[in-house]
Write a protein that binds this ligand. Sequence first.
Ligand code: ATP
Length: 232
Amino acid sequence: MSREIYELSSKYGFFNRVIIFDTLSSTQDYALEKGERGDVVVARTQTHGRGRFNRKWYSPRGGLWFSVVLKSNGINSIEACLAVLRILKRFLRNVGIKYPNDIFVNGKKICGIIAEVRNEDAVVGIGINVNNSLPEFLNATSLKEETGKEHDTFALLLEILEEYERVMNMSRKRKIGEFRENQIILGKKIKVQLIKEEIIGTAVNIDENFNLVLIVDGEIVKINAGDVFLID
Ligand code: ATP
């Protein structure tokens, strides 16, 4: 497996090196198995990219597919979400977070994030549709589709890593505030698919523990997992 390695001298030292593969089965699996804290594992294409619950993540060439290894803090994926969001906002309007950690533009998914824990570390996988094409049946879009031009994926990666460090250094209160303000689901009727049940209610808040607060039949219900769908 040929790879390119770049040492990083990042400002706050959270990221030490970028390892770029042309093809990997999954950056997430590689990082979980071999990554060290501070590594950023990138693949130009993944043959078995995956989302949560082993769902297939389409990773054709032209996209930005990477996983980072960080000290686990329980909110690594939320920080990743904020970092990607801030960078995408430089190019796009109408971009927001769909709880818990997808980024949507004009109702379509542009980025998916997954966080898995390995001992004291968190391995956070970030997939961003940049210049790649996508299967028609996915409710998805890309940066190229939204802006009408191609983007440099490596430059985008470096911008995200820089922003990710900035976000990690923010106060918890600011992280919650920004995570809340940018939700696309607050005030809307949603369906939450949990492992054993389905809940329908109105999303009203993100609380201080990053839980989603819903009103279901007049009662307050809090959730911190599950799939969220907007209902029109
Ligand atoms: P949902 O998309 O329903 O909110 P989820 O948040 O669990 O699900 P992930 O686990 O992050 O999503 O990603 C897997 C899902 O994302 C797949 O089931 C598919 O619907 C969608 N998907 C797969 N590849 C892409 C892609 N390149 N861009 C956008 N969406 C994708």
